[in-house]
Ligand binder design. Structure first.
Ligand code: NAI
Length: 272
């Protein structure tokens, strides 16, 4: 289903760890749609090596960068522009990590050093990417930046822990920076709020398997897959969505507007 939607566009894709990663699917779809891009991930994620296979498959290169380091980001953005031969048209922020979730700390008893890391890696990194890009004047007019988020930013999902706070911050940065970058350079910034998806980050959440089934039954269209999310990202990077900015866009099969479904309510019926 390739339509050359991104022909002539240059991008930077953060967060492809393995072939389950949403960023991986976005890179595959962006390649199919004619984009040229650079892949990046934290230096530690390079050890797995899988990202090199993706680079080969999509004719891209990999530039390691810790998204919390402004120095790394400056280097990444400069090298990306040098390699791609001009300014950037789209950026995917597909980054999330909580040491509190990893170490199974309860939300009411989190470690605050970990908390700062959660917020910095999962949300502050978007601010740093946008601020660095703006200072370097690295994005073309009508460029599009998309970050991935989850509905726990608006509603309580107890096991999502401090990632919920990080996602609220991510969505706030999207609005605030979207305003300033829009006025200054017509760059647009949006979040896509994705259904629970089986990936390395997703599976780190306690009770994830049960939760994904619950979400499936609470969504009139069912959970959106990683590939479908990639399609939505492509549309947001394309010129077909030029006036969409500062939004949190739900890509969740209708979950966010559903109070209850017949399937779920029937589980609570009396036996007789
Ligand atoms: P993933 O584990 O494949 O991707 C997370 C990525 O963040 C990894 O590639 C990891 O190396 C990268 N990362 C961590 N620390 C970093 C740092 N300091 N610098 C640069 N990169 C760093 O998992 P997934 O699910 O593809 O996650 C992508 C995004 O989608 C995340 O923001 C996640 O919160 C979001 N999301 C995921 C959902 C799910 O159920 N899997 C649902 C809704 C949103």
């Amino acid at each position: 289903m390739a339509n050359n939607l991104l022909k002539g566009k240059r991008g930077i894709i953060f967060g492809a760890l393995n072939d389950m990663s949403i960023a991986w699917k976005v890179a595959e779809r962006a390649h199919e749609e004619g984009a040229e891009f650079v892949l990046t991930n934290a230096p530690i994620a390079m050890r797995m090596g899988a990202i090199n296979d993706l680079a080969e498959k999509t004719g891209s290169i990999v530039i390691p960068a810790d998204a919390t380091s402004v120095e790394d980001l400056e280097k990444l953005i400069q090298e990306a522009m040098d390699h791609l031969g001009g300014k950037i048209d789209f950026i995917l922020h597909s980054i999330g990590m909580s040491p509190n979730v990893r170490k199974k700390k309860h939300y009411t008893d989190i470690n605050y050093n970990y908390y700062n890391q959660t917020l910095d890696v999962s949300a502050g990194s978007l601010h740093k990417i946008l601020a660095t890009a703006q200072k370097m004047d690295a994005l073309n007019e009508w460029g599009s930046v998309v970050a991935l988020t989850y509905i726990a930013a608006q509603r309580i999902f107890p096991d999502y822990n401090d990632m919920a706070d990080a996602k609220s911050l991510l969505e706030s940065i999207t609005r605030s920076f979207g305003y300033h970058y829009g006025i200054k350079k017509k760059v647009r910034v949006n979040t896509i709020s994705q259904s629970p998806t089986v990936t390395t980050a997703g599976q780190g959440i306690k009770g994830f398997d049960e939760f994904i089934n619950f979400s499936e039954q609470m969504s009139p269209l069912g959970n959106a897959s990683a590939v479908a999310c990639a399609d939505y990202c492509i549309s947001m990077f394309s010129d077909l969505t030029r006036y969409v900015t500062m939004q949190n866009l739900f890509h969740d099969g209708g979950f966010s507007n559903t109070g209850v479904t017949q399937q779920v309510i029937e589980r609570f019926g009396s036996e007789d």
